[in-house]
Structure formats: structure tokens, C-alpha cells
Ligand binder design. Structure first.
Ligand code: URA
Length: 183
């Protein structure tokens, strides 16, 4: 089976998923989108209202900022892969629970396995703590970490950067570090 077929099959599985109660309140599951051969994968927290309506990741306000940051490093959304820890929206955008994260984890793990990106960019504390453990964002951001077979890069979630203007410059500076690594 080709990697694209494998990814399509996985995304169909996610679409039909009822492993946690979020399937009841969601309008659409949001598996993620982008290139199956992406060198860079971005992992956020969970879909928000706009993502829930469209079934596409990062298409709201924080998505616009993420898209600008991606263009800033010379790439388009279609050249990278964008997803989140949760594939369904938590009601009122509340923080994902541990059991929701555990139920969804195998999907992200399989996406990573199929795409096998060079660098996985963890956007914000939920992505960091769900995937590599509870690290202090203030100390961990802007750096690369090799854990098992994967290289991770940590930065703040675009939504945090929009909420707190000082984070915006920090995230932009982090993306410059990422850009240098990709040269
Ligand atoms: N925030 C996320 O973490 N993921 C999305 O898809 C949208 C907003």
C-alpha cells in the first residue's frame, strides 16, 4: 500500500472514531492535512470552532497566524503536515482531558509513522506534555530535542501568541531558528 493510501485509510478511521465522547458534540472530525512526504509536521492542541465547522486544521485566527509563520520559513501549507493532539473539538474549547488525549494518541503516532517527518513542531504546552512530557515552555521553546527516533522543535501555540503580544515576537524568533535548521 502507498503511504498516501495508508494515510487516507487512517483518516477515514479517524472520521468514524467513537473512542471518546467528543464524537457526540463535534460537527466534524479534524484528522489533519498536508503532504504525506512532509519534512515538517506541526502539532497543535485540538480543533476550535472554525476547524470543527470545516473539518480542516488551523483555519481560524490562530491558523491564519500559523500559515503566515509557515510562509515565513519559505513553505506552503501543502508542503507541510498540520494536525493536533485531539482530532475532535472539546466543547467550548476547553483543555483536552487526559483520557481524550490517550484515546487520540494512537492516531497521531500512526500519522508520525506514515509521514516520518524530519522535524515535528510541537505548538504549545498541551502538544509538548502529550507527546514528550511536561516541560516548562519558557525554558524549552526555540530548541530541538531528539526523543527516540524523532526530532522535535518546541514553540508556543499561535493562539497564545495572539493573546499575549510578547509571545508573538518569541514565536517569530523561534520560527527563524527553525528556518535556519531547514536551510
Ligand atoms: N488550535 C489547534 O491546536 N488546532 C487547530 O486545528 C486549531 C486551533
Amino acid at each position: 500500500m502507498t503511504r498516501q493510501k495508508e494515510l487516507d485509510r487512517l483518516h477515514k478511521e479517524i472520521t468514524e472514531c467513537e473512542k471518546c465522547p467528543l464524537y457526540i458534540s463535534r460537527k466534524n472530525p479534524v484528522p489533519g492535512e498536508g503532504s504525506v512526504t512532509a519534512k515538517l509536521m506541526f502539532v497543535g492542541e485540538a480543533p476550535g470552532a472554525r476547524e470543527d465547522e470545516t473539518g480542516r486544521p488551523f483555519v481560524g485566527r490562530s491558523g491564519d497566524f500559523l500559515t503566515t509563520l509557515i510562509s515565513g520559513i519559505g513553505l506552503s501549507r501543502s508542503e507541510v503536515f498540520i494536525t493536533s493532539v485531539l482530532k475532535s473539538r472539546p466543547p467550548k474549547n476547553r483543555t483536552p482531558t487526559r483520557s481524550e488525549i490517550e484515546a487520540c494518541r494512537p492516531y497521531l503516532e500512526r500519522q508520525i509513522e506514515i509521514i516520518n517527518p524530519q522535524i515535528i513542531v510541537l505548538l504549545g504546552g498541551v502538544a509538548v506534555s502529550s507527546i514528550i512530557g511536561p516541560w516548562k515552555m519558557a525554558e524549552a521553546h526555540g530548541k530541538f530535542y531528539k526523543v527516540d527516533k524523532c526530532t522535535y522543535f518546541i514553540t508556543y501555540h499561535p493562539a497564545a501568541a495572539l493573546r499575549f503580544p510578547t509571545f508573538k515576537d518569541v514565536v517569530k524568533a523561534d520560527f527563524e531558528i527553525l528556518k535556519q535548521e531547514l536551510r
